[in-house]
Design a protein around this ligand. Sequence first.
Ligand code: ATP
Ligand code: MG
Length: 421
Amino acid sequence: MIQLIRGFKDVLPGEVELWQAIEKTAISVFDDFGFKEIRIPIIEKTELFSRSIGDNTDIVEKEMYTFSDRKGDLITLRPEATASVVRSYIQHKLYTSDPVQKFYTIGPMFRRERPQQGRYRQFYQINAEIFGIDSPLADVQLIFLLVTLFSRLAVPDVETHINSLGCPICRPGFKQALIDFLSKTKVKLCSDCIRRSKQNPLRVLDCKVPSCREAMAQTPSLLDFLCYECVRDFKILTDSLEHLNISFIIDKRLVRGLDYYTRATFEIQTGFLGAQSAVAGGGRYDGLVEALGGPDLPATGFAIGLDRLTEISDLQIDDYHKTPQIFIAALGQKSKGKAFEWVCSLNKTGIRAEMDFGEKSLKSQMKRANKLGASHVLIVGEKELTEGSAVLRDMMTKKQVFISTDAVIENVSRKLGALPL
Ligand code: ATP
Ligand code: MG
């Protein structure tokens, strides 16, 4: 038997309803906040990701699914969405009519990481990007949107972590201080961090290995190195969050794995996920649009891990399971034919109707209606058809009424509260 690939998963009925509810809620929050949907391809040229994410990142170094296609071009299954949204914004010159654009996109991402709880090789993200706004208020709006969404999704125990990554003017000073600190640290870093400390020292801050985390507890803080503008923007960020009553934790070790981030960076964490505590991450990436060949326009965004969100949302899955409103138990050839017509018409009207397509006894059809959780059963045999009246049974109250077989759709719709035909 062929099994799915390690790190990949199926989302089955029974679970998928929660995914749908989360996606619907996210879409309605995006609508409320003025974001438009953008759909981008799942495969892009490898160069798009290596240029935008940066060669010295885990993603580009070891996590991307890269193939050469039949003509030898290098293509990659997208590991994240921002690079593609930026490419699209530039390629279609979406900035010409108005540089300020707000987009969201929902879909699968691919990273070849070690699979574990909360970490898959195909996972899903809900992404948002705001282009063309310099003000840190755009970052605040993103954080406020996240907090709003998580509250609508009944996600308990969320913590907003923030930091500033500085800008190309002030970050080099911090980088040097960090390099000095790393060369002096006595604690043994993991082999990845030893390499990172040479190639991309900021990434050491992000390491999840406990001994590295311990080593980095005393690290210098980027906030002490910020230039005037970065200090000013960080203050606007923290003041605005306070005004909006959003509690936050300043986390000096919070850096993004991606090279193009500047200034505000944030992460939403929750205690429920153990080691995989980040459910959303984001921040400003002012240099990326220009670096990918577009105009010098600022941008900020976030990505939510949808898989992790489904694991922590307190939404009651039972509220989203849909059971048939009516099951038609038909006996005999003629009644089966009629029942099928009725099921089709009821489905068309927007009523969840089911029947048994085989030649089962009434008892086994009633059993099936019960198993499906149908709220009503219409029982119809040859006799009922001739007499023009069939029994409609309410499965909860066990009450039965007769309805005319000449006007089943009208009667059932009225009974079940569907829209008039
Ligand atoms: P982590 O530190 O957990 O590896 P990351 O910094 O690589 O996360 P981002 O690139 O910022 O993650 O992606 C945003 C969100 O996507 C994460 O906060 C997480 O919820 C989710 N995510 C990232 N990688 C995976 C994965 N392999 N499986 C499931 N969800 C993931
Ligand atoms: Mg990662």
